[in-house]
Ligand binder design. Structure first.
Ligand code: G6Q
Length: 548
């Protein structure tokens, strides 16, 4: 595919942007009473309302033309067919296979991968049931009470976010996540845990990640400090990895290893054995509901026409703001405390995938690529940074996600949740409408303010509105709904990467820092530098050594 800027629709979108950028959402809504209805799509219990975007019918037509000219439907087929669309690593991209039902087939290099996928799921069922029912004993015969997942990046954020999001479905097992190489993370997590009743999941696709292996070694030392007998390790350490050799070299029995495959990207791996912590928390039946929800979103993405396709619309709207309004960030606000870690999870999914500077063929990109993704749960953000959204000079397109029903009805008539809902809807309305000078003046007059104060305060109180947002309203945060929501975001990332013509499935930029840290490590302990550093790094090293 050629540069996106050379596609006919790109030029037309630029012209169209110049024509419509001053249109106000207030007017667009006034002129078309059907707007909300027309610019909404549902998937099962999820409604995606994208009507509060700065678009007209023509905008949408041009964006859809862009998707067709970028051959998006063909790329979707390639992904689902197991073609090696991760071009720099020459790998297929098949997280969609992990959630396909039994009896389906997906071929990689001529081999159907589905029997293996389901064989691992079966083992996850058997293992999780034995731990959850207490059949699996620790070395002293006591059942497991605490599970600690040790992993980082894709081997941590996905399972951690989902485990926290599905807290209402947990059994009595307590789940913990250790990722940071900072010893504090492990020490604080293990404080109060008993080695006799603690199970460690060492989760690492490569089984070569410094943080994970170091944390796993220290966890083993903590365990053996009490257990003494190395044979006891087999009851308390399991590995999840693609690298059997490294797992065995670490000292974990192959029998205690759950495999996955190189066609599962780290940040897309929560659906694989990397999700074992989720399974231990909520049970295999619920995990299968999560997979089924993701599969429903996969089918929607593969089969819905582009104009009714939620990830396609999400992706195109993001491109509209990123590349034509030059918005450099995208915010995600879950109005649900259980989704506290969704922004952090999406930050990795989106920024590691689409933070790229070259096209698939290695030539420079001609356009800006992935946005800076950020966010926090509502209503907290409203009392912190929402001021900038309403009155700042930067355009911040945002997604609002909210369940109609709470897992924790609290107060008379569930008043907490009603307030949460009211706040979520009010924010998107405020971003859309803003508050005009006339409205501000009328309010102050009604409140009896002096004319001088009204004149002084009016400019400060005006909110121009016209700030775009999407709303995901869903019935309740169930495993199935969560699975669908995550998969919709995964596919949105794919849509954007396809249009920008980049490889969304590699992450070479992460390598540089890893390598430099390895080089610096001996120097922290006083060894001479193998290569000279810049003067700032030199000086900081000297200071560190002085304070160690
Ligand atoms: C994800 C990235 C990265 C990876 C971690 C952990 O897509 O590749 O975040 O998940 O670096 O890697 P391992 O699972 O190999 O330890």
């Amino acid at each position: 595919m050629s540069l996106p800027t050379s596609l006919p629709s790109w030029r037309k979108l630029e012209e169209h942007h110049a024509q419509i950028r001053s249109l106000h959402l207030r007017d667009l809504f006034r002129e078309d009473p059907e707007r909300a209805e027309r610019f909404s799509v549902s998937l099962e219990d999820i409604v995606f309302d994208y009507s509060k975007n700065r678009i007209t019918n023509q905008t949408l037509d041009l964006l859809l033309q862009l998707a067709r000219e970028a051959e998006l439907p063909r790329w979707i087929e390639k992904m689902f067919a197991g073609e090696k669309i991760n071009v720099s690593e020459r790998r297929a991209v098949l997280h969609i296979a992990l959630r396909k039902p039994r009896g389906s087939s997906v071929f990689v290099d001529g081999k159907d991968v589905m029997p293996e996928v389901h064989a691992v799921l079966d083992r996850m069922r058997e293992f999780s049931e034995s731990v959850r029912t207490g059949r699996w004993h620790g070395y002293t015969g006591r059942p497991i009470q605490d599970v600690v997942n040790i992993g980082i990046g894709g081997s941590d954020l996905g399972p951690m976010m989902v485990t926290r999001a599905l807290r209402p479905y947990h059994s009595s097992l307590r789940l913990h996540f250790v990722s940071n190489i900072d010893g504090t993370h492990l020490v604080e997590t293990l404080r109060g845990l008993d080695p006799e009743t603690t199970l460690f999941l060492v989760s690492s696709k490569s089984f070569g990640t410094l943080e994970t292996l170091t944390n796993a070694r220290s966890a083993r030392a903590w365990f053996l400090d009490k257990a003494k007998d190395p044979a006891a390790v087999a009851k308390h350490f399991v590995a999840i990895s693609t690298n059997e050799k490294a797992v065995v070299a670490f000292g974990i029995d192959k029998k205690n290893m759950f495999p996955f495959w190189d066609w599962v990207g780290g940040r897309y791996s929560l659906w694989s054995a990397i999700g074992l912590s989720i399974v231990l928390a909520i049970g295999m039946d619920r995990f299968e509901e999560l997979l089924a929800g993701a599969h429903a979103a996969d089918e929607h993405f593969r089969t819905a026409p582009l104009e009714k396709n939620i990830p396609v619309l999400m992706g195109l709207l993001g491109i509209w703001y990123n590349n034509f309004f030059q918005a450099s960030t995208h915010a995600v606000f879950p109005y649900d405390q259980y989704l506290e870690f969704l922004p952090a999870y999406l930050q990795q999914a989106d920024m590691e995938s689409n933070g790229k500077h070259v096209q698939k063929d290695g030539t420079p990109v001609a356009v800006t690529t992935g946005p800076i993704l950020w966010g926090a749960p509502g209503t907290n953000g409203q009392h912190a940074f929402f001021q900038l959204l309403h009155q700042g000079t930067k355009l911040v397109p945002a997604d609002f996600l909210v369940p109609a029903q709470s897992h924790n009805p609290l107060g008379p008539s569930d008043e907490h949740h009603r307030m949460l809902l009211a706040n979520c809807l009010a924010q998107t309305e405020a971003l859309l409408r803003g508050r005009t000078a006339e409205e501000v003046r009328a309010e102050m007059e009604a409140a009896g303010l002096a004319a001088e104060d009204i004149a002084r305060l009016t400019p400060h109180r005006v909110c121009e509105g016209n700030r775009p947002s999407n709303t995901f309203l869903f019935r309740k945060l169930t495993p199935r709904t969560l699975g669908s929501l995550i998969a919709l975001y995964e596919h949105k990332i794919f849509v954007q990467g396809t249009i920008w013509n980049i490889d969304s499935f590699d992450q070479w930029g992460v390598e540089l820092g890893k390598q430099l840290a390895q080089n610096l490590l001996p120097e922290i302990s006083g060894e001479p530098a193998r290569k000279p550093h810049d003067s700032s790094t030199e000086r900081l090293l000297r200071l560190v050594r002085g304070w160690l």
